[in-house]
Design a protein around this ligand. Sequence first.
Ligand code: ZN
Length: 380
Amino acid sequence: MKRSVRLRTAAVSLAMTAGLLALPVQAHAAASDGLTRAQAQTLIDEFEARPVPPTSPAARLQKRLAEDGDPADVIDPADYRCDTNTPVRNWLADSRADWTASDQSAGDLFLQVVLLDSVLFPDAHSKDFGPHGEFTKAVNKSFTGLGRFWDIDPSRISVVAMHSDVLRDPAGIARVFEEAFGVEESAALQFGEALATIADQDKFDHGDHPYFTFNAFAINGLDLGDGRSIPPEIIMGDGVLQGFKAVGLDDVAPASIVAHEYGHHVQYQRDLFDSPLTGPEASRRTELMADSFAGYYLTHVRGAHLGWNRVRDFQKVFFQLGDCSFAAASHHGTPEQRLHAAQYGFTLAELAFPRGQVMPTTKFAAKFERVLPLLVAPNA
Ligand SMILES: [Zn+2]
């Protein structure tokens, strides 16, 4: 099946569920003097109870994501050792230890607004990577290196930053709701005010909380249905880069994450997404393959060519992002499986012969398919 839209997450899975994306379709009374938090929360609750217009860009994206899910294809959790008690995931959990259930629900809505804003309005934000631009050089260098390394067309792909500054801008949030969900202007502005009011609290770092951008994506373009489209791109969130800095892996994390997302673009251009697998097994296959592509690039003499000590570090990056969501359509593989997939790419790079030769992507994928059953063999 030909797929025009794909979102792939490097880190945590994005829960693009109908409930979270349920949106307002009618105007509310104007609040000219700003909203109290209670008023803002009431508006958000009302908005969340409403359906998403079926032809909106957000619904297109949501539909595409939902197609991947099949509750019948659940991986048996009893087959695997799995523990997501990893430093970066613990760091993210600690950062929101004081959140209530209602805060969490607001946070989940914020991260979707932030993603849609980055996808729809990339020119409205800084092109730097990281909260203070501290990862700009590393991300751009990796992206350029990957373009030279793999045998796909890099000119069709761009890399854009995902910041969360829109959460301090009611008009910016409103624009997302107008464009992404077809919300009428005055209602969108009210929703923008409500969201900005809720975001402006210490526990949300006044809109800058890393949870809102703790992710990275590869999108194979998106037809917006109104004559406009989004090009194939990689989206890099500030939060996931911040998280790996906090756990001491910032020297390898930007390159590792860009390399994983670039691996998805290899899959798009080489038609590698389709397989007999469905649901979580299908997602696990493509994610582990992207980890292997990344491991190969990161260590190959013509790629990032990381030294031994940093090899161990980049393997930790993939390990720490594993998940135990065996029933989720976005399952990325357990920490151990992701580690082994990255190690497999590393091993192929070590064995490269002649030493400077880069394997064609289709040959690499064929090798990966043969090793996949070993990578996902039950180990409980
Ligand atoms: Zn991925």
